[in-house]
Design a protein around this ligand. Structure first.
Ligand code: PEP
Ligand code: MN
Length: 357
């Protein structure tokens, strides 16, 4: 290397270190200003002040950098300073593992979800009658299962389709829960029904179509009941996690996440089961993660293979729909299992569960 080049590089290194010292000195000042702002509870970001600083800097810019380049560089420096001012807890979500490294275990009437064991939620798509619901409950009880699902408020694509029995559906679920010693899970679609529902249900389900119904999420965060939150039809994992954050931010941390397939261009299945969402969610959050194989596939023949995949990939549970006579079901007739199919499905799944242990 020429002597001249060596000299220039040495000078460059010195300037780098000067810049380093200067931006860290700036960072210290920014932190001190942040503390003053905290005491005064003033907002950390002040656009008027930023504009003044940029104006002063560009007014003194003698090049060779263009003003726009200088603006860009300083805006990055300002941004880094602002991040330094903001409390750490504002950056780490309450649902994140960063915030809470250990798993959240949701206790549903004594059944623990998220403690490393696999849990199952089975039941009809919709509660249609006492007899229909009790027939499924009977089958669950005979298998030693404890968690039953059944929709009372059904969010349907068409307003002319069966909308669920509403309150009567909740009453049937409660009766069946008491008679068969089960815990019941059902979807609530509007904040005003939440208060009513807590008297009948053990878990509040928030469905895919309502994953970004922020008022409903807030209301679910205010009740003292576990919430099973489904991933939205086209929600990214980040949107899903933020939806859970709405609930926990109001004080209710008993949340189970449920991957139920997302909408893609694929038409072979009703939705595309995003199986890798399970380990992503488990890494990024401390919440239990279940997989709904019914709504993700929309195909009875895929329930078992996808449920196996869910167990193998580390899901905390599997949800699937069971109906005593799916052919005449008032909703999701094509994908619910009848009881004999359910019997063999469950037997095979248990075999897999034991082999994976
Ligand atoms: C359901 O579980 O009854 C349901 C409607 O599912 P999703 O919200 O996932 O479509
Ligand atoms: Mn259904």
């Amino acid at each position: 290397m020429s002597n001249e080049m060596e000299q220039l590089r040495k000078q460059l290194d010195e300037v780098n270190l000067e810049i380093l010292e200067s931006i860290n000195r700036r960072a210290e000042l920014v932190q001190q200003i942040g503390q003053v702002k905290s005491k005064q509870s003033t907002k950390k970001f002040d656009p008027v002040r930023e504009r003044e600083m940029l104006d002063l800097i560009t007014a003194n810019n003698n090049g060779p950098f263009e003003d726009s380049t200088i603006n860009h560089i300083f805006k990055e420096i300002f941004k880094a300073g602002l991040e330094l001012q903001e409390d750490d807890h504002r950056k780490a979500l309450l649902v994140s593992r960063k915030k809470k490294p250990e798993n959240t275990v949701v206790d549903i009437k004594g059944t623990k979800v998220g403690n490393g064991n696999v849990n199952y939620v089975f039941g009809p798509c919709a509660v249609e009658s006492y007899e229909q619901t009790a027939a499924v409950a009977e089958s669950l009880k005979s298998k030693g299962l404890k968690l039953m699902r059944g929709g009372a408020f059904k969010p349907r694509t068409s307003p002319y389709d069966f909308q669920g029995l509403g309150l009567e559906g909740l009453q049937i679920l409660k009766r069946v829960a008491d008679e068969y010693d089960l815990a019941v899970i059902s979807e609530i679609v509007t904040p005003k029904d939440l208060e009513l529902a807590v008297d009948y249900l053990d878990v509040i389900q928030i469905g895919a179509r309502n994953m970004q119904n922020f008022e409903l999420l807030k209301a679910a965060g205010d009740v003292d009941k576990p919430v099973l939150l489904k991933r939205g039809l086209s929600a990214t994992i980040s949107e899903f996690i933020n939806a859970a954050e709405y609930i926990i931010s109001r004080g209710n941390g008993n949340i189970i996440l449920c991957e139920r397939g997302i909408r893609t261009y694929e038409t072979a299945t009703r939705n595309t089961l995003d199986i890798s969402a399970v380990p992503v969610l488990k890494q990024e959050t401390h919440l239990p993660v279940m997989v709904d194989v019914t709504h993700s596939t929309g195909r009875r023949d895929l329930l078992l293979p996808t449920a196996k995949a869910a167990l193998a990939i580390g899901a905390d549970g599997v949800m699937a729909e069971v109906h005593p006579d799916p052919a005449v079901a008032l909703s999701d007739s094509a994908q619910q299992m009848d009881i004999p199919t359910f019997d063999s499905f469950f037997k095979e799944l248990k075999d897999i569960e034991n082999r994976l242990k």
